[in-house]
Design a protein around this ligand. Structure first.
Ligand SMILES: [Fe+2]
Ligand SMILES: [Fe+2]
Length: 248
């Protein structure tokens, strides 16, 4: 089962990460789910694939009352992000799911009705969660053509979906980045192949550099803290992306 770790807590406002299931079968990519709570309401980012639903649900229930869950946030359409949707809705049918308008006739193939989805326009939106405003930040083409992130200005935490993701080997499976140079090697191939647009990358790096971020929280791999946040943005801004060189 995954374990919940508290990343931020101030009164009734908190972030927890549900991560690192030792029983995860090796043919599935490992994912991080973030539970953001404020005044009796909770939002779960990229709730994961249907295969990991029991593990995510157990970890969430051990950390908080699952009945407080009101919203799901899907950064994009991938199966590791949102194929568990029908299972979450069978637990709580009135859950609302935020997703890019681009995907709101595709993601319903995983479950839900027209009432389930809140379409996010390209320029983003604000979510009022309990007493906290959360900003939906555009990150289109990084890597999906309709791609959104979530910034919490009160906590100074930023959920970055697949941006910042690293595919970590079992012996380097730490929850936080402790050695940036060592860590980023596990992110490089992923970003080169999955991030398809230099223009989008440049716009995102400029946009995010203006935010105050204590932790950059990706859907895969370790969390960047403190100086490693800007270190990651600088590294990403110089990486060659959107090019596939086929040998032979
Ligand atoms: Fe993805
Ligand atoms: Fe992903």
């Amino acid at each position: 089962m995954k374990k919940a770790t508290t990343l931020f807590e101030n009164g009734d406002h908190s972030w927890r990460v549900l991560a690192r299931d030792p029983a995860l079968p090796s043919h599935l990519v490992d994912t991080n789910e973030y539970l953001i709570s404020s005044r009796g309401s909770a939002l779960l980012t990229d709730p994961g694939g249907q295969e990991v639903f029991p593990s995510v649900f157990s970890a969430l229930s051990a950390a908080a009352d699952p009945r407080t869950l009101t919203h799901i946030f899907a950064s994009h359409q991938d199966p590791d992000v949102i194929s568990s949707l029908a299972l979450w809705l069978s637990f709580k049918p009135d859950l609302k799911c935020y997703t890019s308008w681009l995907w709101n006739t595709f993601i319903p193939h995983f479950g839900g009705t027209a009432e389930t989805f809140i379409s996010v326009p390209d320029h983003g939106a604000t979510i009022e969660l309990g007493s906290r405003p959360l900003q939906i930040v555009p990150a289109h083409y990084l890597h999906s053509s309709g791609n959104i992130h979530l910034y919490d200005p009160g906590a100074k935490l930023y959920f970055s979906g697949d941006v910042g993701a690293a595919l970590l080997p079992p012996d380097a499976n730490e929850l936080f980045v402790t050695n940036f140079e060592r860590h980023i090697r596990f992110a490089e191939g992923f970003h080169r192949r999955w991030m398809g647009s230099r223009e989008a990358r440049d716009a995102w790096c400029a946009r995010v550099s203006r935010l105050e971020i204590d932790m950059l929280c990706p859907q895969h791999g370790a969390i960047y803290r403190g100086r490693d946040v800007q270190r990651f943005i600088n590294w990403f801004s110089e990486l060659e992306v959107g090019v596939l060189k086929l040998g032979g």
